[in-house]
Design a protein around this ligand. Structure first.
Ligand code: SF4
Length: 233
């Protein structure tokens, strides 16, 4: 089989759990479609896409259907976002990203960073990455339900920063996950590592604690970053 056919065959195995045909908020500055990859190895209590977590759930649509959709959107969309679930769970992802780029689209990835080496291999194929940093290292396992998850996510963050690829580092927070004091320490740790773009997202999942940050605390967080985004509600 020719190399192109092998890559296409790999991409065709991507299990797609859903597709958003148009978004202006998931890939900064671009009009994009979002491809939701099925499956995630973590189990965050506040996950907003629980239907995408089970990797054995049959695909909602074939990769060929995604390609057919994108073919009709050439010239209308700037890019394609691979989200999830956790896209890097699937070894078909690099071939799928390459295929999308070959169609002329820019590419973005939303990831929890649980596979640092896979992320490193993908970075040359990406125009933008949204990386979740779920909390301080010592809080990770409780948040994700996955032992050792924090080391992986923070390793991914270091690789992303070293790559020079445009990014947003984001943290979903409520005071029941970890304290405001720890949140400020987290911001310090991120800034010390070289994070310049950080988004703090209020967790509104059922059972989430009430928002407890004062305006002064938010300002203190903001001052640590060149670009700071606060997403409430
Ligand atoms: S890493 Fe993301 S997709 Fe996976 S369980 Fe956590 S919030 Fe959900």
């Amino acid at each position: 089989m020719a190399a192109k056919s092998v890559a296409a065959a790999q991409a065709a195995t991507l299990r797609v759990g859903g597709l958003t045909s148009l978004t202006s908020i998931d890939f900064p500055g671009r009009l994009a479609a979002v491809v939701y990859a099925q499956g995630c190895p973590w189990r965050c209590g506040y996950c907003h896409n629980p239907g995408l977590l089970d990797a054995t759930t049959p695909a909602a649509l074939d990769w060929s259907q995604v390609l057919a959709f994108l073919d009709k959107r050439r010239g209308l969309l700037d890019g394609v976002v691979f989200s999830g679930g956790e896209p890097t769970l699937q070894t078909a992802l690099p071939a799928a990203v390459r295929e999308v780029r070959a169609m002329g689209f820019q590419t973005a990835l939303h990831t929890g960073g649980m596979y640092p080496e896979r992320l490193s291999a993908l970075l040359p194929l990406l125009d933008w990455v949204g990386l979740d940093i779920k909390g301080p290292l010592q809080r990770y396992d409780a948040i994700t339900g996955a032992p050792g998850s924090g080391d992986k996510a923070w390793a991914s963050l270091r690789r992303l920063l070293a790559s020079g690829v445009a990014y947003e580092c984001r943290t979903t927070w409520h005071a029941g996950l970890f304290s405001a004091v720890e949140l400020l320490a987290l911001a310090d740790a991120l800034a010390a590592l070289g994070v310049a773009h950080w988004a703090l997202q209020e967790c509104r999942a059922p059972g989430a604690a009430a928002w407890e940050l004062s305006a002064a605390q938010v300002l203190a967080l903001e001052q640590r970053f060149a670009v700071f985004t606060l997403r409430r509600g």
